[in-house]
Ligand binder design. Structure first.
Ligand code: IFM
Length: 441
């Protein structure tokens, strides 16, 4: 790596991130069914119809996994607490086994000197609430608020920071408009409702946590560096609209209390009643912002497609196993843009950044120079953003482990630690060792 710990400000947190359904093994410990279980069981949605029932069995192997973070000299661990594990029906009865598990997990982090960064919703909507419309039902905000209250009353005294929702764009647009993630809807009215309700749920969770004394609260948004595919006005307009749908919708509502006019133009007629009044609640103070960044995408306008008339075009740069262009400048772009236009001095954490590659174990080791370069270049982009004034306080690699990559099943490997999904054996990759080395300096 071309950076070392001492190149970053004092107290900068280096860590790795995961999410409950992707690693825990959802079949263990009395968790209730989620919309991902049923989505995955429906042919055509997920590669090989794989689900998170076993995943990495982190539920039983978390100590070994946290040991790996500690041995690498990491400072923090970003994890999520599954709603359906804590409240199997989504509302009402609490699963004590689930709460006890998260208690043990957080204590195990603290014993190893790892700062716990919790995320409350990383996509496993309890199936019973999905039956009631999930994110399309306005009541989701109060259901989520109740869950938030239960889990944060239990863990809030020991976690370093809590995020409400991971990647609202994925929760709403990817899952209700593009149909790629659970619940797999393709409906613009559902989409507009989900895009609003996910923010309302964020607001409700913030209020519940402020009321119960949980400290250091934020949200985790993902950002797409949307650029025109060519120099036509249509492509410029398409890239701007994608920037609105993916990026500005969420950050603008949260930090300014407005929705971008260009996106509303397409969605207004599908918005739920009373959305305007909710914006004051959505725009409430936060303590930090989480930024997930992976790639750049190229857009053109296609008038044969209805709103938003967007067509993706192939980009010229090398791509990861996901087919995502590798574009570290995009991370610098967002960190500095967010500081300048939206959050000012508020602490920003890079809560996810990483790449999938078709890693294999050879003679007991995984050599992944492509990932080493990816991490190196994104860390340097982060460093430049700090030098250019962004108040970035930490960086979490996605992901600690190879895991369940949602609709891609177990095929795409993002981990800094390889997982053999037959034996569940963990093998730290060369990137893990290189990072550990950089953190000594
Ligand atoms: O695996 C996902 C994660 O759950 C959310 N952010 C993007 C990652 C890679 O696709």
């Amino acid at each position: 790596m071309e950076f070392k710990r001492s190149d970053f400000p004092e107290g900068f947190i280096f860590g790795a991130a995961t999410a409950a359904y992707q690693i825990e093994g959802h079949k263990f410990g009395g968790a209730g069914p989620t919309h991902w279980d049923t989505f995955a069981a429906t042919p055509g949605n997920v590669v090989r119809q794989e689900d998170g029932a076993l995943a990495c069995d982190h539920y039983h192997r978390y100590a070994e996994d946290l040991d790996l973070l500690q041995a690498a000299g990491m400072d923090g661990y970003r994890f999520s607490t599954s709603w359906a594990r804590v409240m199997p029906e989504g509302r009402g009865a609490v699963n004590e086994e689930g709460l006890d598990y998260y208690d043990r997990l957080v204590d195990a982090m603290l014993e190893r000197g790892l700062q716990p960064f919790q995320t409350l919703y990383h996509w496993e909507m309890p199936a019973a609430l999905s039956d009631l419309g999930g994110w399309t039902n306005r009541d989701v905000a109060s259901w989520f608020g109740d869950f938030t209250d239960v889990i944060t009353r239990r863990l809030g005294d020991r976690v370093q920071a809590t995020a409400t929702i991971n990647e609202p764009w994925c929760v709403a647009f990817l899952s209700h408009f593009l149909g790629i993630h659970a619940p797999g809807h393709r409906d613009i009215r559902d989409t507009a409702r989900a895009m609003h309700h996910v923010l309302l749920a964020h607001a409700e969770a913030m209020e519940r946590m402020r009321a119960n004394g949980t400290k250091n609260l934020g949200v985790v948004l993902n950002f797409d560096r949307a650029v025109p595919a060519n120099d036509t006005p249509g492509a410029a307009q398409a890239a701007t609209l994608q920037d609105g749908i993916f990026n500005r919708w969420y950050i603008e509502a949260i930090t300014k209390g407005t929705y971008p006019a260009d996106v509303l133009e397409g969605l207004l007629q599908y918005m739920p009643k009373g959305w305007e009044e909710d914006l004051t609640r959505i725009n409430q103070p936060m303590d930090w912002l989480g930024v997930n960044y992976y790639t750049r995408n190229h857009y053109e306008r296609d008038d044969n497609i209805s709103w938003p008339h967007l067509k993706l075009a192939e980009g010229p740069l090398p791509k990861t196993q996901m087919g995502w262009e590798i574009y570290p400048e995009g991370l610098h772009y967002f960190l500095t843009r967010l500081a300048k236009d939206y959050v000012g001095d508020m602490p920003i954490y890079v809560t996810e950044n990483g790449m999938a590659w078709g890693d294999t174990v050879e003679n007991g080791a995984v050599f992944d120079p492509e990932r080493m370069a990816y991490v190196n270049d994104h860390m340097l982009a982060t460093k430049r953003a700090i030098e250019d004034g962004a108040n970035v306080k930490g960086f979490f690699y996605w992901s600690l482990l190879d895991n369940y990559e949602w609709a891609e099943g177990y095929e795409k490997r993002f981990g800094m630690v390889h997982v053999d999904f037959e034996t569940l054996k963990r093998t730290p990759k060369a990137t893990y060792h290189a990072l550990a080395n950089a953190l000594k300096g």
